[in-house]
Design a protein around this ligand. Sequence first.
Ligand code: 5GP
Ligand code: ZN
Length: 114
Amino acid sequence: MSDCLFCKIGNKDIPASLVYEDEEMFVIDDINPQAPMHALVIPKRHIATLNELTKEHDALVGAMMRRAAAVAAERGYAARGFRTVFNTNADSGQAVYHIHLHVLGGRKLTWPPG
Ligand code: 5GP
Ligand code: ZN
């Protein structure tokens, strides 16, 4: 989608430091980190919110979850723990309407979220 920040990063129209990239997704560190590790796992396909997911996205989302765990493990947070979050629409605080999986770790995270 032409006017989408994460499409632009995925297409290399906006330069970004990629932590990981393959044919279907990429990982970047969040520009405004909320924990010592705050990475974003982002599909290259434009999907606005989880509400738009269909069965054809099942493998992609599964691969994104496994990539989140791999990033956490690479950074040493597999055993102590980390949090994975998709925000959807206004009440969640979603700001960028191209799905992205937050991967947070390195500090004790509160539950329930605020
Ligand atoms: P949301 O609130 O939509 O779930 O999360 C959007 C996230 O994208 C926020 O945590 C925000 O800090 C991050 N973000 C917004 N613009 C950029 C950017 O240009 N680069 C990076 N690396 N992260 C961004
Ligand atoms: Zn997009």
